[in-house]
Design a protein around this ligand. Sequence first.
Ligand SMILES: C[S@@+](CC[C@H](N)C(=O)[O-])C[C@H]1O[C@@H](n2cnc3c(N)ncnc32)[C@H](O)[C@@H]1O
Length: 417
Amino acid sequence: MSEPESAQDFHATRLEDSSSGEDDTDMHESVKHQEQDECPPSTNTNTGAATSNEYDEDEWRENEFENPPVDGNMRVVASHYNELKESGRTERVKSRIFHMRNFNNWIKSQLISEYIKRIKTNQRMGDPMRVLDMCCGKGGDLLKWEKAMITHLICTDIAEVSVEQCKRRYEDIIRRAEHSKFAHKFTAEFFACDSTLVRLRERFKDPSLKLNLVSCQFAFHYSFESLTQADCMVRNAAECLQPGGFFIATIPDAFEIMKRLRASPNGRSFGNEVYNIEFCSDTNPPPFFGAKYQFHLEGVVDCPEFLVHFPTLEKLCRKYGLKLERKTTFADYFKENMDNGRNLLQRMSGLETVYPNRVGNDEQYEHIKRYCKGNTGRPYGSLSKSEWEATTLYLVCAFRKCKNTWDSQGKPVFEFD
Ligand SMILES: C[S@@+](CC[C@H](N)C(=O)[O-])C[C@H]1O[C@@H](n2cnc3c(N)ncnc32)[C@H](O)[C@@H]1O
């Protein structure tokens, strides 16, 4: 490949190089920015985003018996991700969810850097930073780990093909780093397995390894098929974390999903031109585990998923010494991070540049016409209404591993405060 001629070329070249389409663009400091305001649809339109976060427990049903995992579900998930085709940059740019995927990627970047910073404030210079990327996929977060200057990474996923791709991308990063004085190198290990069935530490090269951070992005909800699976996944997230370490995740917001479902005309499905959710299980009321729906997201997901009843997740986490630190919807996390994350969001093309005087009668961008208050000639950064509705289905959450003592039976007693 020939040397890129300008910053813009460099940007494009690097993106073409990336294999998953979920790559960071964090490193391309020199890409030109355009002065623009951010105006997501939430600012002016009612997208149906939840305003209250209260769970009405009468709306949910505690499972009377343990629903055994249906063998087929995880196989469907694994083969879906294994068969997912790589799309090139040109194709991705054309996709109706191009900006939303970048926006989601930005949310992950902000979350990772927030918790890496918190861990580092309590470390001494030269201390290791060890991370488990549980359900790593094709390695969409590898550049984030490089940028976070971690020392060791463990990557695992149920889809073998994805793990192989992730490993190859890691090897590319290390090869590039070898030719650069400034690039950061870190060690890594990779293995394919089902995190809801297997005790991960037994697969680590060093099963006694202590981790600083466990990250599970857009995947934890697959475990809520049954209590046994969710319990296994939480134990995997918790048991190797050092006290003071964090478990961070992005998951669909069950509260928001139920709210939209209740408002839908047929009571079983809802969505728009980029996503669709159709329930397969009884939702009157939904069970704590096994509340299954088919999730379709344009061109990238078509899989069975499960609602995560958050108070139950919190209880499971406490069992393994994880204390809830934050639970924030994407809409709120975006607002919270806008000031310090603005430049990165632009570099990652996490918002679309929209000129109010060019949107005509397109209802996807009506909110911009309202927001600009007649100032129609200048650009605004935004997402289409459909993309915003899809991204606001999610929340970020973080749990901190607590210190413990041991009781006379040899069981850990966690100190939650
Ligand atoms: C939406 S992708 C997210 C990938 C990656 N974390 C990211 O953010 O780019 C969900 C991933 O979860 C993985 N996954 C689903 N169920 C799993 C399980 N039981 N054990 C391990 N991985 C699982 C899938 O194979 C897929 O790679």
